[in-house]
Design a protein. Sequence first.
Length: 94
Amino acid sequence: MTYTEKRLSIEEIEKAYPEAYKWARKFHDLYEETAPMFGYKTRKETKEFDPKSSNGRLMAYVCFNIIHQALAEERERVGGGDREDILNFRHSTG
């Protein structure tokens, strides 16, 4: 597998999946909070989530891809439908 650098802007990520930064921030905050329990010391310069940094954009992009893949799997499991159908299904059964 080769690495292709992606220079996605905040706007591109938000347009593709508006919740990406919300999930990235949650991931970051929980990661920072629990890292010491695993003997890991995080870097001082990344203690605060910065959505404009390469690290922040990367986290949002990873969150976007995880959710995108989960929605695709759910779409396949329920036999098609669009994103709204799946989200409505989850809310009505959850």
